[in-house]
Design a protein around this ligand. Structure first.
Ligand code: ZN
Length: 356
């Protein structure tokens, strides 16, 4: 069971615009009346699914968010055609934009700026340790109207190989960390995306037992594969055109994704796509108290590396911007983006072998 409704911020729809186009196509008064009747009937039937966003302040050409789709975890256990038979009930040319692996400054902040400039609402799957490191960004994501789900505590490599207690700890730990950052459990949606999409039946059963919706995806843009921004846009659009609609998986931790997003949103608009925001049934707070950002979140982007005077200084500058280093400095494993990439590359082959 799902419901559609207009976003609370969107009080207007395009019904009048659509009606005029129907009327213009009808000939004579009989045709006019017939056109009006047919138009009213058409929009009565599908009006809630074709509502278009309220004009975006300061951006008349914004892509916007066309509607909000509310789903209940009891009705949607697993979604995304990359791995499952079921996905979200989207209409043709509707897209749900999702971001995994963050938050991480400065990239997540620039992504948020871009989304805000286009009044686009997305769904985030946050990593617990990242949320604990950057709670101010977590709250910003929520306060700017996006949906927040989780993506494990540490984004371990080969999630599907974790033994029972460990994947439970990863799932529960990620939720606890993001809840701690949000400060209100009602702000977190019961949505989970398995790291690297490394599913097993045991993991899925556990997620279902906790009333979590397991999100796979319909379309990926390969933005973890060190391709450039132009290629990310190209792959995202090509695959979306093939499917006609779907859940698009992106990562807000990669510079190329940051660079690609403005063009991607422009392309979506030009090719007639509509953004749908997905929220879980139930109440959520209107807003959360803002937190003072850590010094890292004040970084600007693109970064300008200062003139290097010694090799040591240059090395320090580089290390400061490694995601893992930025979190605690205690972890011995390589940075999470690299881990994710390795994981996804390997699993990507599995998908091609098993799913496509
Ligand atoms: Zn991930």
């Amino acid at each position: 069971m799902f419901t559609t409704c207009k976003h609370p911020l969107m009080s207007r729809s395009i019904l009048s615009g659509g009606l005029h186009s129907e009327v213009d196509g009808a000939g004579g008064s009989g045709g006019l009346m017939r056109g009006i009747v047919l138009s009213v009937l058409f929009f009565w039937l599908v009006g809630s699914a074709t509502a278009v966003a309220e004009p975006c302040p300061g951006n008349a050409d914004a892509l916007g968010t066309s509607r909000v789709l509310t789903i209940s975890p009891s009705d949607y256990h697993r979604i995304g055609t990359m791995q499952y038979s079921k996905t979200l009930p989207l209409n043709d040319h509707e897209v749900v934009i999702t971001f995994d692996d963050g938050p991480i400054p400065p990239y997540s902040n620039v992504i948020l700026d871009t989304l805000a400039s286009q009044c686009v609402k997305a769904t985030y799957f946050l990593v617990g340790e990242m949320a604990r490191a950057y709670p101010s960004i977590v709250r910003r994501i929520f306060n700017e109207g996006h949906t927040i789900g989780t993506h494990s505590q540490n984004h371990p490599y080969a999630f599907q190989r974790l033994a029972m207690p460990r994947f439970e700890q990863q799932i529960d730990g990620g939720i606890a960390s993001v809840n701690a950052a949000l400060g209100d459990p009602k702000a977190l949606s019961p949505f989970f995306r398995i790291p690297g999409l490394g599913r097993t039946s045991a993991i899925e059963d556990y997620l279902a037992s906790k009333s979590l919706v397991t999100w796979s995806a319909d379309v990926v843009a390969d933005d973890w594969k060190h391709i450039n921004a132009k290629e990310i846009v190209k792959r995202a659009m090509r695959r979306l055109e093939e499917k006609g609609r779907g859940i698009l998986l992106l990562h807000d931790i990669h510079p190329a994704t940051v660079l690609a997003l403005p063009t991607l949103l422009k392309e979506l608009k030009e090719r007639g796509y509509h953004v749908v925001q997905v929220v879980a049934a139930g109440e959520r707070p209107e807003s959360l108290p803002e937190l003072v950002a850590s010094p890292d979140t004040k970084e600007t982007w693109p970064r300008v590396v200062q003139t290097k005077t010694t090799h040591d200084k240059a090395a320090k500058t580089t290390l400061r911007h490694r995601p893992k280093k930025a979190i605690t400095g205690k972890h011995r494993r390589p940075n999470m983006a690299s881990l994710h990439e390795a994981n996804q590359n390997r699993l990507g082959q599995d998908w091609r072998q098993n799913q496509f």
